[in-house]
Design a protein around this ligand. Structure first.
Ligand SMILES: *Cc1c(COP(=O)(O)O)cnc(C)c1O
Length: 397
């Protein structure tokens, strides 16, 4: 019976949903905390959190309550009126990040679109027409809309979709000389856009000095620094923003994934320079600042106390010390609960992922790495269980 259901959902998915994803062979039906069930009643420990989205795990009681209470009051009203949840979330975000204002959208790509528009407007306000270029980095990922895709520094994603948006330059990462040369030789750059840890690009951190140098150069030249924290932000690395650990500030920060803990949201945060860049009718979004989504986001912010964040760091350390020593692990990068594992030659991350799934653990890959993004609420016991499964799988391969 359940087997029949299983194949119907998969078949109808293939028939009725555009085939853009390489899905794992599982139909997931319900979850609680770090655990999720498939339609046959099998239970899995989830170290994906919906790609860094379910910060508080599945169906966290207090998050559900916050969302449900708002859902019963007012689900949507448009940005032509004031509503409280968006205001409260914007204020909480600004207070915790030292940014000054927020704009609400619905996804990471959209947040990046907003930041790019703001950077162009800032520069055209200050310097006129011809200073509009955005520098992004090789290996970056900024989303799938045409502009965010143009910004994305990975050729794989660019097949089929030319022509791209004008005014983007892609430079190699961690090469400050290349950055400086470009900017010195071309007086046309309005912004540099980076992820301090490239997520989809393979969980690759940028060098601290490089990031610091870029931030200084931006200040010196009045070029805006856009930091895409869609994946790294809101506790994922054990800080509210990953840029805190780089000792820099940004003019524009984008958020999405983790802030909603499962409901669609994107945020542009504006710093001192850019806080009044957008004026009336410069940008907008029908669903932006949706009260239900913002109520969920507020619950996430309420939970991310300094103690909670310290625990995220500690949990990352546990994962690091358990996996770093394994003979099959060539290299591991851990920052909070953002984990990228490079396996020794001959071991393919996607095969490890498939075997882990058979043993009840859901993982991700990023490029050639095995990637773990557990919910921030994952327990030490659950980490031990995940580590046990990964060790087991690696030993058997
Ligand atoms: C996932 C991601 C995006 C795109 O977010 P969507 O919500 O899928 O549009 C952008 N930037 C980074 C760094 C991401 O990890």
């Amino acid at each position: 019976m359940s087997v029949i259901n299983h194949s119907i959902t998969m078949k109808e998915d293939q028939a009725f949903i555009a085939n853009t994803y390489a899905r794992n062979e599982l139909v997931l039906t319900r979850g609680k905390g770090s655990w999720v069930n498939d339609e046959n009643g099998n239970r899995y420990l989830d170290f994906t959190s919906g790609i860094g989205v379910n910060s508080l795990g599945f169906c966290d009681d207090e998050w559900v309550k916050a969302v449900y209470e708002q859902l019963q009051k007012l689900q949507h009203i448009s940005n032509l009126y004031y509503t409280e949840p968006g205001v409260r979330l914007a204020k909480a975000l600004c207070q915790r990040t030292n940014m000054k204002k927020a704009f609400f959208a619905n996804s990471g790509a959209e947040a990046n679109e907003g930041a790019i528009k703001a950077a162009r407007k800032y520069s055209s306000d200050q310097y006129g027409k011809n200073r509009y270029k955005i520098i992004t980095l090789e290996g970056s990922f900024h989303g799938r809309t045409l502009t965010a895709l143009t910004a994305t520094g990975q050729a794989d994603f660019h097949k089929h979709f030319a022509p791209f948006v004008e005014g983007f330059v892609c430079l190699p990462s961690n090469d400050f000389v290349a950055m400086q040369n470009y900017i010195d030789q071309n007086n046309d750059v309005c912004a540099i856009m980076i992820e301090v840890i490239q997520g989809e690009g393979g969980v690759v951190p940028l060098d601290k000095d490089y990031v610091k140098n870029i931030a200084d150069l931006c200040k010196e030249k009045d070029i805006l620094l856009i930091v895409d924290e869609v994946q790294t932000g809101i506790g994922r690395t054990g800080s509210i923003l990953a840029l805190e650990d780089y000792g820099i500030t940004a003019d524009l920060v984008t958020l999405a994934k983790g802030i909603g803990s499962g409901l669609p949201i994107g945020v542009v945060l504006f710093g001192e320079k850019t806080k009044n860049t957008f004026g009336y009718s410069d940008h907008g979004s029908t669903f932006g600042a949706n009260p239900v989504v913002c109520a969920g986001g507020l619950e996430v912010m309420r939970r991310l106390t300094p103690e909670f964040l310290a625990e995220v760091k500690q949990k990352g350390e546990t994962i690091n010390s358990a996996l770093a020593e394994l003979p099959q692990v060539k290299n591991i990068f851990v920052k909070g609960l953002m984990v990228g594992i490079e396996l020794i030659e001959g071991l393919e991350a996607k095969n490890v992922l498939a075997k882990c799934q058979q043993k009840g653990l859901l993982c991700l890959t990023a490029k050639t790495k095995l990637r773990l993004l557990p919910p921030l609420t994952v327990t030490q016991d659950e980490i031990e269980e995940a580590v046990r499964i990964i060790k087991n799988v690696l030993e058997e391969m």
